[in-house]
Design a protein around this ligand. Structure first.
Ligand SMILES: [Zn+2]
Length: 115
């Protein structure tokens, strides 16, 4: 199963052999390399999503989760599986793992005065 990257698509699930979404024709393979295997959503089920994702044998990294709380819930699952987690929105200083990276400053770094 490959999910359409278009969040407005009404039928996001596609077979793995499709290059474009069967519903909206949005390309399904990003940078000729990546497919969305499961969309991450803002919810309280990040552990269940993480447990499902780490079962993919060729999974290298996950982009997400949305909030620090969701990331905190799932981070130990990714760490134990050796899967890199990259978040663009999780800023909590309590998120620590050799497999966790973020593209935004942590809350502590953002609170420092810069001269
Ligand atoms: Zn679509």
């Amino acid at each position: 199963m490959t999910y359409c990257i278009n969040p407005d698509c009404s039928q996001r699930e596609n077979p793995d052999n499709c290059a474009v979404c069967e519903n909206c024709t949005t390309p399904l393979i990003l940078q000729n390399r990546y497919r969305i295997k499961h969309p991450l959503q803002i919810n309280k089920y990040s552990c269940k999503v993480a447990q499902k994702l780490v079962k993919y044998p060729d999974l290298l990294a996950v982009l997400g989760h949305y909030s620090s709380e969701a990331t905190k819930q799932a981070l130990s699952i990714y760490t134990k599986a050796g899967v890199v987690l990259v978040s663009a929105t999780s800023t909590s200083d309590n998120l620590k793992s050799p497999f966790f990276f973020r593209t935004v400053p942590s809350d502590r770094m953002a609170s420092h005065k810069r001269y």
